[in-house]
Write a protein that binds this ligand. Sequence first.
Ligand SMILES: Cc1cc2nc3c(=O)[nH]c(=O)nc-3n(C[C@H](O)[C@H](O)[C@H](O)COP(=O)(O)O)c2cc1C
Length: 204
Amino acid sequence: MDITVLYTTMTGHSRKLAEAIASALSLQAVHIKDNPDLKGIDLLFFVGGIYGGQSQPETLDFIKGIDGTKVKKVVLLTDCASGNTKQTAIRDLLVKNGVDVDPDEFICKGSFLFFIRMGHPNQQDVANAIAFTKEKLDLAVKAAQPVKAAQPVKAAQPAKAAQPAKAAAKPRVKSETKATSPKPKTTTKAKPTPSEEPVAKKES
Ligand SMILES: Cc1cc2nc3c(=O)[nH]c(=O)nc-3n(C[C@H](O)[C@H](O)[C@H](O)COP(=O)(O)O)c2cc1C
């Protein structure tokens, strides 16, 4: 699988992220100014910032030259002061050119004017970007794996000959020992109480 990490930068933040990502994948990050000849790329990680609410015009010009015959899939990573502005114009251009752009976009803060978002992208931002990149790479590798050939259907097993019905259960031998326990009583005669004893008639 051919993978490339590409970036554009004005103040160096995107380079920092791109170099960390590339190093984690044992690659070298490439600046668009190096005018790389992008061909036969399966997965391209593109890192860039936001300026005046959008991508730089020269970045957009470069992106216009990428299409689905050169690059199969792009994953965007963005650093900006707001921490939530996406590289929407880049995504739209790529999609228009037939490139599959991952719906997820990594975004982290990028400092601006020395005091806004100072220190970003920081170590944690870099670690998050690397984790995101590795996850996307794993998914792309899995998606590229050939689907396992369907298992041939097993030949139908010949139907087993019906088992002869088991001999009917032996009839019980009549002379079986009878239960010896006494018959349970079903009725109890109440004994008349003394007052109820019939009085014997006196013989006159
Ligand atoms: C001239 C200029 C304009 C910027 N405009 C925005 C902006 O509109 N929105 C934003 O979120 N960040 C803005 N930023 C902050 C950058 O997007 C941020 O610093 C980013 O990390 C820069 O990436 P880079 O160093 O790779 O060029 C601006 C930065 C500069 C230098």
